[in-house]
Design a protein. Structure first.
Length: 339
């Protein structure tokens, strides 16, 4: 007979069974049906009912709702908003560089963040728009009935995150250019041209006849279209641009001159406590004093990210025992190579 999986009651780590029940996986090959506990707030994603039309994922919502930043850093952000200049944000991993964009969009009600994660293969062309020429050619070769012209060129062209940020709207969008220092050495200068002019051309559309002067094209926003006239995309409100860098290389002086620098330092004890309380509540903070101090001590000899402290507090809150020689060492592992 086939062995039926063992069913367990929905007890969490903090239940009377205590420490043993947090071990969902036991490594003994025994199949069990166990309830999976709820994820930390910063690791919760969109529900199956949300197809992306209602904004950012729950993970982004949680990060932006509890973002903690100092007064000096806030002043720099506000200066960039007033001047419509990109923010060039630097700092160690886990200091909140990328989350800053979501926090700005949340507080100013500017819709979902348009995110462009940069890597060594990224090009500005892809971030502006993509044209599926092969798909349009295949569609044009299909047999159609009288009067059926098939989908227009706009159905084969989609604006990327940067291109969508420059669509003319009454309110600016927030654009996150994440880890620009990972891109090609010429990418900052390519971006600079678009940022200075506030416009770019789509040649595939500008070559169309006059009766196709206006074309509806797809955007980086799910199920949203934008009207492009004569192949030119022009912003009416320059986007609020957040550019992050891990300091892997320097940027050209001309690029840096047009950005406002913002360095996010490692949070001190007071700010760490504020971050823990904002994400997990005052009850979690009341029992996290030793974890905060352990985090600070370990950070003095190696690079750590703030979310590692949140991970430790979340496990502690669930009743998991953490000690310096066991799980805590794993959760608070150093990020630098020599760690």
């Amino acid at each position: 007979m086939t062995q039926q999986p063992e069913t367990e009651s929905p007890q969490g780590p903090g239940s009377p069974a205590g420490q043993e029940n947090w071990q969902l996986f036991r490594g003994n090959g025994q199949r069990r049906t166990v309830p999976i506990p709820q994820a930390p707030p910063w690791r919760r994603f969109a529900s199956p009912e949300n197809d992306g039309t209602e904004g950012e994922t729950t993970r982004s919502n949680g990060a932006r709702a509890h973002y903690v930043i100092g007064r000096e850093e806030t002043d720099v952000v506000n200066a960039a908003i007033h001047l419509r200049r990109p923010l060039l944000v630097t700092g160690h991993p886990g200091t909140g560089k990328s989350s800053l964009a979501a926090a700005i969009a949340h507080e100013l009600d500017l819709g979902p963040v348009l995110r462009w994660p940069v890597n060594s293969r990224s090009t500005l062309q892809d971030a502006l728009y993509r044209y599926d020429a092969i798909g349009r050619l295949q569609e044009g070769n299909l047999e159609r009935g009288p009067g059926d012209l098939g989908p227009g060129i706009g159905s084969f062209l989609r604006l990327g995150p940067v291109g969508t940020a420059f669509v003319a709207e009454e309110r600016p969008r927030v654009l996150l250019v994440d880890e620009l220092d990972k891109g090609d050495i010429d990418l900052p200068n390519d971006l600079l041209t678009v940022f200075e002019e506030g416009t770019f051309e789509i040649p595939e559309l500008s070559r169309l006849p006059e009766d196709q002067a206006e074309v509806d094209v797809l955007t980086a926003d799910p199920h949203q279209l934008a009207k492009v006239r004569r192949g030119m995309v022009r912003c009416t409100e320059f986007p609020l641009v957040v550019i992050t860098s891990n300091g892997e290389r320097d940027f050209p002086p001309a690029f840096r001159r047009r950005c406002l620098p913002l360095h996010l330092g490692d949070p001190d004890e007071a700010r760490l406590r504020e971050i823990v309380e904002g994400h997990l509540g005052p009850e979690a903070l009341a029992d996290a004093g030793d974890l905060v101090m352990a985090f600070l001590a370990r950070r003095t000899v190696g690079e750590l990210a703030t979310d590692q402290l949140l991970n430790a507090v979340f496990l502690r809150r669930g009743g998991v025992r953490l000690d310096a020689d066991g799980l805590l060492k794993t959760v608070l592992h150093r990020l630098n190579a020599d760690g």
